[in-house]
Design a protein around this ligand. Structure first.
Ligand code: RIB
Ligand code: CA
Length: 358
């Protein structure tokens, strides 16, 4: 079954459906997703966007260490599902560190509380006892071929779930990840943060055979939140728009104070938006591998549009008599361009709850 909504269905499901002008039953069947996240400011926006998207049936939110320690991210994920009016969505704690590396945090970008230092009341809703990888495994196996993943942080939880149950990969119809870059990193010149934190986990996921869509820095750097978006969010009248407006105003102020530019890039929300409407981006098939041995480049997503795929020069004493060389077999759809205006139209319309004229 083709899960993509055609343009009319998408418009019915998103704008008009939200405004209540079209009965929701006119929309297509919602798609089951699990969102794996390390909230994080842009993760918080992404969770709120997903919670305001009737096309999604969010079966679980799983938390991974990344921007902040996993317990801090857990508290923020619980806050967002409560603000979004969905305390029924199971939120589970996942990996507290990468597979084989020390955890590198991103306090510089998200603050020690993961929400840019903004104070949001602690959620009343509690986590579920089931560990994240068990919850992912159980939900995917309940409806093989029907539950997609949207990942917004390091891929540790997904790699652990795949390692615990190797058959899982063929039951996952799509995985849209925020991560990677074909145009240079944001932690090192080579590596984007989510892949940098756990390159080994990313390597497992990139080679698992799951239909992958990579929403990397190549497009997310073009989705910069600006004052006009914050003003549109401030025109909203409910808890979601209020939280989004606070996060937006604070994020813009921090970005300008830290010299990053006019505002923060909406990395994770663009991954959610791409799952909702892939026509927002231009996708191209690539073979992408993940560097795990580099002293300076670990976490780099090394991409080939055409072949041959080559390894590094063999060291003295290597059993290899020549450079490893294979034909390219694409393993991922990479977003290489984005209609940023259309993305923010969706972002602001849904988070503010009002039709936005940006
Ligand atoms: O490089 C950006 C990514 O790293 C985003 O997901 C952000 O939240 C951080 O996790
Ligand atoms: Ca994130």
């Amino acid at each position: 079954m083709d899960h993509h909504l055609n343009r009319r269905q998408f418009l019915l499901a998103s704008g008009a459906g939200l405004a209540g002008m079209v009965p929701p039953q006119a929309a297509a069947e919602p798609r089951d997703v699990i969102i794996d996240t390390d909230p994080g400011v842009d993760d918080a926006f992404a969770l709120l966007l997903a919670l305001r998207s009737p096309e999604l049936r969010i079966r679980a939110v799983t938390v991974v260490a990344g921007n902040v320690p996993a317990p801090v991210g857990l508290g923020n994920a619980l806050r967002m599902v409560e603000i979004g009016g969905r305390p029924d969505i199971p939120v589970a704690l996942g990996a507290i560190k990468p597979l084989v590396r020390r955890l590198v945090l991103a306090y510089y970008a998200h603050g020690e509380n993961g929400l840019g230092g903004l104070d949001f009341p602690e959620a009343k809703v509690k986590l579920v006892a089931e560990p994240a990888t068990e919850l992912i495994r159980r939900i995917v196996r309940q409806r093989p071929g029907q539950v997609s993943l949207i990942t917004l942080g390091p891929l540790t939880n997904i790699a652990l779930a795949l390692r615990s149950d190797p058959e899982l990969a063929r039951m996952i119809p799509r995985l849209v990840l925020m991560g990677g870059s074909l145009s240079g990193g944001n932690v090192t010149p080579a590596a984007e943060f989510n892949i940098y934190v756990d390159p080994e986990a990313a390597h497992i996921v990139f080679h698992a055979g799951i239909p992958l869509v990579m929403v990397g820095l190549d497009v997310t750097r073009k989705a910069v939140l600006r004052d006009e978006h914050a003003r549109a969010l401030e025109a909203g009248q409910d808890a979601v728009s209020g939280a989004a407006a606070r996060l937006a105003r604070n994020g813009i102020e921090r970005a300008q104070r830290l010299g990053w530019g006019p505002g923060p890039a909406m990395h994770d929300p663009l991954a959610v938006a791409t799952f909702l409407d892939p026509t927002l981006v231009t996708l191209r098939p690539y073979f992408v591998d993940v560097e795990t041995a580099g002293e300076l480049t670990a976490g780099q997503t090394v991409a080939y549009r055409s072949g041959p795929v080559r390894g590094s020069a063999p060291p003295d004493g290597s059993p290899l008599s020549e450079v490893r060389s294979e034909a390219v077999q694409p393993n991922i759809e990479v977003a290489v361009d984005v209609d940023a205006a259309r993305f923010f139209q969706m972002f602001v319309t849904r988070l503010s709850g009002k039709a936005a004229s940006l």
